[in-house]
Design a protein around this ligand. Structure first.
Ligand SMILES: Nc1nc2c(ncn2[C@@H]2O[C@H](COP(=O)(O)OP(=O)(O)OP(=O)(O)O)[C@@H](O)[C@H]2O)c(=O)[nH]1
Ligand SMILES: [Mg+2]
Length: 239
């Protein structure tokens, strides 16, 4: 994938404007100010393709960027205290609606959590939603440059108690300042896109087989979560 050849495509402020995916998408979710737009710029080698807010809570749209046959979607940041209830409702509707939209070809959710702090109530709600909905996701721990070695070790220990299934989730410490984690996130994006394409093909074959086996009572195609070799939480079908 050529990460230096991405383009801004479009922004959506309303769920009703969102067309179905025509290619796999990878989205970035997290609190306002956690560093979503900064991370996107960093992995795409750009200064300001994704707008970095001086005012928290500024990104109130879903912004799409195209990258070698996939889209990256910068979701609006949640959890900023100083906005009206109406605005909060609009944001959670947009984020929740996007994630639950079955017309999306969601290859991966990259959930950002500030490495310096315990996850917020909203972060935990998001993480629990991602686990329950069986969407493939990883957690990127942002602003790693702001912690020294011992602070980092104690936060990592604390996360194991604060975040459900933390040890089963792929986590990447990240810093836009030092460049830590940049290559790892790029590699994960590449893998997730390739895995998604392969899974789609496999899924189509499984559906064909299921159609043939439909009278066989032992055929159980109910989706179930599993952790594959690479550690992704991925919904799979029993064969
Ligand atoms: N030191 C440090 N600062 C960072 C890092 N990533 C982001 N920041 C700073 O954090 C602030 C917020 O970053 P954004 O990328 O705008 O955050 P966002 O998640 O896109 O915020 P919203 O668009 O409001 O949801 C900016 O001042 C960034 O410069 C990092 O890795 N290290
Ligand atoms: Mg932003």
């Amino acid at each position: 994938m050529n990460f230096s050849n991405a383009q801004f495509v479009t922004s959506f402020g309303k769920l009703s404007q969102l067309p179905p995916s025509d290619r796999p998408e990878i989205c970035f979710s997290g609190r306002s100010n956690v560093g979503k737009s900064t991370l996107i710029n960093k992995i795409l080698n750009r200064k300001s393709l994704a707008r970095v807010s001086s005012v928290p809570g500024k990104t109130v749209t879903i912004n799409f960027f195209s990258l070698d046959g996939i889209y990256l979607a910068d979701l609006p940041g949640y959890g900023y205290a100083k906005v009206s209830k109406g605005e909060k409702r609009a944001w959670s509707g947009l984020i929740g609606g996007y994630l639950a939209d079955e017309r999306r070809q969601l290859a991966l959710v990259i959930q950002l959590v500030d490495m310096r702090h315990a996850p917020s109530k909203d972060d935990l709600q998001m993480i629990n939603y991602l686990i329950d909905s069986e969407l493939p996701f990883i957690i990127v721990l942002t602003k790693a440059d702001k912690l020294n070695k011992s602070e980092r070790a104690s936060r990592m220990q604390a996360f194991t108690e604060e975040i459900p299934c933390f040890e089963d989730i792929v986590t990447v410490p990240f810093s836009a300042v030092t460049g830590e984690g940049v290559e790892e996130v790029r590699a994960i994006i590449e893998d997730a896109s390739a895995e998604f394409e392969a899974y789609e093909d496999e899924d189509e074959e499984a559906e064909d087989e299921f159609a043939e086996d439909i009278t066989d009572e032992s055929a159980d195609n109910a989706p179930r979560p599993c952790v594959d070799d690479s550690g992704f939480l991925i919904p799979r079908r029993d064969k």
